[in-house]
Design a protein around this ligand. Structure first.
Ligand code: IMP
Ligand code: ZN
Length: 348
């Protein structure tokens, strides 16, 4: 069987993005523009050109990947102006790729010129003021980093509660999977749950000693969605399926950062696609891995022989995973109505 879809089709396909880190979604070109501006006013700026740091030839792995944020992009985008500029660009890029619903996630951070609270408020302002908001409703998930203390995690949950009425729909756990002890966050996720915030967790990204204990601890936080799900023992996979937890799959990220062995055709999308779980293809960090959501759909279509109708079904399957509620779900289902002509593959 040969797929009947091409890049044009996957661009036209309406898409739902549920696992995208704001800072990881900034393109090298946008970072370059910020860098150029800063260089004008700060000629001694000691940061290298992002086009070199994030060049296409760069090979990532789980060790080289995380310092790009903590030691480079955060330094570059530390001012309110650069945060607003890059957030706007990220929203525009997702919109231009045909995303019709977006849940962005970000770790509240502070610098000399911005507090965590004003960081979150500024991003929500940006989302509110985005001119194409009606065509791409966007919600925010606040991230707890695995290196956080219990108090810092609680601060993030409190910010999520505070800004809920402005579009924060949940909290999540991210960061270098080799760092931290996830049991630190029990109270924070407990509070999030008791305030009806949704919970997403990065899950089983690396195989490590004590992994089963960690995964069981994470499952005890009653997550609504899990990201990556790579090194998952069969009994835990069955638990996830039994609970019907939504699974966020980030194919290019896992391949390019060498989190799985082999290429796209070896990705565990192949086994999850036939499970009864809601699943969603997601980009994770399109700014770093350079693969848009349209391209992720195209890659799986080619590698797993999926037809246009299979991709439409994938879209429908991810609707069930969104955090913002039934009204948006209804809108996302409606989008397909009357699209038969627009979604006919070019080759048919
Ligand atoms: P931010 O939260 O908007 O600043 O986005 C960057 C952050 O997302 C990084 O510092 C990481 O903590 C997190 N992140 C990005 N990609 C991954 C991943 O693949 N696994 C875990 N955490 C990630
Ligand atoms: Zn992620």
């Amino acid at each position: 069987m040969v797929t009947d879809v091409d890049a044009d089709f996957t661009k036209r396909l309406p898409k739902i993005e549920l696992h995208a880190h704001l800072t990881g979604s900034i393109t090298p070109q946008c970072l370059h523009e910020i860098w150029t501006q800063r260089k004008l006013s700060e000629p001694d700026l000691a940061l290298e050109d992002p086009l070199r740091v994030l060049s296409k030839d760069q090979r990532w792995n789980i060790v080289t990947f995380f310092p790009v944020f903590s030691q480079y992009i955060y330094e570059l985008c530390s001012t309110p102006a650069s945060i607003l500029y890059s957030t706007n660009a990220v929203l525009q890029d997702f919109k231009d790729d045909g995303v019709v619903y977006l849940e962005l996630r970000t770790t509240p951070r502070s610098s000399a010129s911005i507090s965590k609270d004003s960081y979150v408020a500024s991003i929500l302002d940006c989302i509110r003021d985005f001119p194409e908001r009606a065509a791409m409703p966007t919600y925010l998930i606040l991230s707890i980093d695995r290196r956080n203390t219990a108090a810092q995690a609680m601060e993030t949950v409190d910010l999520a509660i505070k800004y809920r009425s402005r579009g924060v729909v949940g909290v999540e756990l991210c960061g270098d999977p080799s760092k931290g002890d996830v049991s630190t966050f029990r109270e924070a996720f407990g509070k999030a749950e008791s305030h009806d915030l949704k919970i997403a967790l990065h899950f089983a990204e690396i195989s490590s000693q004590g992994l089963e204990l960690e995964l069981n601890t994470l499952l005890s936080y009653h997550p609504d969605r899990l990201g990556h799900v790579i090194h998952v023992p069969e009994f835990i996979k069955q638990e996830i399926i039994g609970r019907g937890i939504g699974v966020e799959l980030c194919v290019s990220c896992n391949v390019q950062a060498q989190m799985i062995e082999g290429g796209v055709e070896d990705h565990h999308f192949g086994s999850w696609k036939d499970s009864s779980c809601p699943i969603a293809l997601c980009t994770d960090d399109v700014g770093i891995f350079g693969s848009t959501l349209s391209n992720e759909y195209l890659l799986v279509a080619k590698s797993f022989d999926l037809k246009a109708m299979d991709l439409i079904r994938l879209y429908e399957r991810s609707i069930e995973m969104i955090f913002s509620g039934e009204k948006e779900k209804g809108r996302l289902r409606e989008i397909l109505v009357g699209q038969e002509k627009n979604l006919t593959p070019a080759s048919s």
